[in-house]
Design a protein around this ligand. Structure first.
Ligand code: UFG
Length: 352
């Protein structure tokens, strides 16, 4: 049985990936310092899979803590590296925080891969590495444009670090460029946990509908798109999670070297269309206003997903309504204390 270290294993995509890995017979150990995660996620993972996951609470930028933890963990076949700061606007406001955290942690992990000859390294990258895109859908051979924000630049640097290290290694390296992961686990037991007020569209939509947030503003209604709002490629978090399980198979098939894959559904959806999909999925009308553009936003981006479909045998579900319905179920479960299987979760000010 393969044994895999998942960094950021208690975060949004990390926790869904751990569930998928466990379901497919992979043994998992996690590192997460809960800087943007909730400890009760570990209960949720256990409730869904019947398996306990050991988590090491360390900061990955601390090189001594990393070495000590790897010594303690012992043999692993691969690393899936999610742990990173991920907010576009926060990275614009606090660039050094992003450069330090995202780059140093990746460097420390790459050093361990080299030192211990770890077979596979899977990196959470992002479609933000493409910058403003001229030709859509975007494929992996497209030259990377100027990063629109420090967060995107840390992902470009992470990918470059991997290429530099990979040129003299026998490992399998996979950079997965996520488009916009949304939704929650179909069980309703785990999902995205809002620490502070989130910046992302879908938790803002569900939070507005539940009454957790007062307002919902569309950032810009005057873009050169079919309805004036930005276009994104929303992809269900369980599909993203499963792609990691599939990516692990690459090393078993002797695919050494670097593989760069887009993880998107391949469909461009506007902000207004996403709101309509939510209204249809939930049966609830949403109040929103159209405000100014947000700094750091690209106008439109959606994936050419052919490479990932072919190499991973991956078939994501493009239904935005399905994504919205699981996101809404998660919001309802958080409000009623059913998330994490009722482990003492309560958020005030819900008005469902
Ligand atoms: N949006 C609104 N109102 C909101 C929140 C978002 O109109 O309250 C709009 C944004 O302007 C954008 C779209 O909804 O047009 C999606 O915004 P998100 O913040 O949900 O997602 P982004 O595309 O900005 O960024 C996300 C992740 C990044 C990642 C990027 C690409 O947050 O970490 O996808 O991978 F880099």
């Amino acid at each position: 049985m393969a044994r895999i270290l998942v960094t950021g294993g208690c975060g949004y995509i990390g926790s869904h990936t751990i569930v998928d890995l466990l379901k497919h017979g992979v043994d998992v150990v996690s590192i997460d310092n809960f800087s943007n995660a909730d400890k009760r996620v570990l209960f949720g993972i256990e409730a869904i899979t019947g398996k306990k996951v050991k988590n090491y609470t360390i900061n990955l930028t601390d090189v001594q803590a990393v070495t000590k933890t790897f010594d303690d963990i012992g043999h692993i076949d691969g690393i899936i590296h999610f742990a990173a700061f991920k907010s576009v606007p926060e990275s614009v406001a606090k660039p050094l925080l992003y450069y330090h955290n995202n780059i140093q942690s990746t460097a420390n992990l790459l050093a361990e891969v080299q030192l211990r000859n770890i077979g596979t390294f899977i990196f959470s990258s992002s479609c933000s590495v493409y910058g403003q895109i001229k030709t859509l859908p975007v494929n992996e051979n497209t030259a990377l444009g100027k990063a629109e924000c420090p967060y995107a630049y840390t992902k470009q640097i992470g990918e470059q670090m991997i290429c530099d290290v990979a040129s003299f290694s026998q490992s399998t390296w996979v950079s997965l460029r996520y488009f916009n992961p949304v939704g929650a686990h179909q069980s309703g037991i785990i999902g995205e946990v809002p620490n502070d007020k989130p910046n992302n569209l879908v938790p803002r939509i569900t939070g507005k509908s539940s009454g957790r947030y007062d307002d919902l503003t569309i950032f810009g209604g005057d873009y050169d798109t079919r309805d004036g709002t930005c276009i994104r490629d929303y992809i269900h978090v369980e599909d993203i999670a499963h792609a990691h399980t599939l990516a692990l198979n690459l090393s078993r098939e002797q695919n050494t070297g670097v593989h760069v894959l887009n993880l998107g559904s391949g469909e461009g959806v506007s902000v207004l269309e996403a709101i309509q999909a939510f209204e249809k999925a939930s049966g609830r009308k949403l109040d929103y206003m159209i405000g100014p553009r947000r700094e750091g936003d690209v106008v439109a981006v959606y994936a050419d997903k052919n490479q990932a479909s072919k190499l991973l045998q991956w078939t994501p579900n493009p239904s935005v309504e399905h994504m919205m319905s699981t996101a809404w179920q998660w919001e309802v479960n958080m409000a009623s204390g059913k998330s994490f299987l009722g482990k003492d979760y309560s958020i005030e000010n819900f008005h469902l």
